[in-house]
Design a binder for this molecule. Structure first.
Ligand SMILES: Nc1nc2c(ncn2[C@@H]2O[C@H](COP(=O)(O)OP(=O)(O)OP(=O)(O)O)[C@@H](O)[C@H]2O)c(=O)[nH]1
Ligand SMILES: [Zn+2]
Length: 210
């Protein structure tokens, strides 16, 4: 993670008809690392708009993985902006909370041996979360948006955007995609990563205070 004043370069814009209405796709290169990010826009969003800052997750979004809730979160976000107007910032290079697809698959292999989502990253000698939000803030700036209602369960994401000058008017929960297969994963995010979620059922053998 770097606080350097990296910049983004606008590359292309096109409109695509989708299940969620016609969405405007604006592509930006992150000059810091060459990643291509997308701003997906519905309507004519202004300050106070609903915004989802979404980290790429190939397994969850393209393959229907039930280990995480990224796919349903992306769908619900697109549905929300399709209905009310708003923006989904789709951040590449955020895969695996910044460790990349290959290392995420390695982390999953360690999780098969009993490690949780945090310890699996650490066992690989990698940070639990190395995502930066500089490009996201700059994309919002390019869209003339400085105040947002942020769709997230992760207060650290809101704080990171605030640190880059974005005012979070409201954190809007995005609790979808709960499955038996990801209950332990969601519980770890609440207990170890500070995520806020309502009433997760107790796991068998989990004596932690609820
Ligand atoms: N390293 C690692 N990354 C994961 C794992 N499960 C999901 N991810 C990645 O985590 C990213 C999403 O981060 P999350 O911690 O699920 O959620 P968040 O973006 O911080 O918070 P929300 O805004 O509430 O979704 C995606 O890039 C996924 O690829 C895992 O077990 N290990
Ligand atoms: Zn995921």
């Amino acid at each position: 993670m770097s606080d350097s004043p990296a910049s983004i370069t606008f590359e292309a814009e096109t409109s695509i008809p989708t299940r969620h209405g016609v969405l405007r796709f604006r592509a930006y290169t992150d000059d810091a690392d060459g990643q291509l990010h997308l701003a997906v826009i519905s309507g004519e969003p202004e300050n106070g708009a609903i915004v989802r800052v979404h980290s790429e997750c190939l397994t969850g979004e393209a393959f229907g993985s039930l280990k995480c809730e990224c796919g349903p979160q992306l769908d619900a976000s697109l549905e929300a902006i399709g209905r009310d107007g708003g923006i989904v910032l789709y951040l590449r290079g955020h895969e695996g909370r910044g460790i990349g697809l290959l290392n995420k698959l390695r982390a999953y292999a360690l999780q098969e041996q009993g490690l949780d989502t945090v310890d699996a990253n650490l066992a690989l000698g990698l940070p639990a979360d190395s995502r930066a939000y500089t490009a996201a803030a700059q994309m919002l700036d390019d869209l003339h948006i400085s105040r947002i209602r942020l769709l997230t369960n992760n207060p650290a994401k809101a704080e990171a955007l605030e640190a880059h000058g974005i005012t979070i008017e409201e954190r809007v929960p995005l609790e979808v995609g709960r499955e038996d297969a990801n209950l332990a994963y969601l519980t770890t995010k609440v207990q170890r990563m500070g995520h806020i979620m309502s009433e997760l059922p107790q796991l068998p053998g989990d004596d932690a205070a609820s």
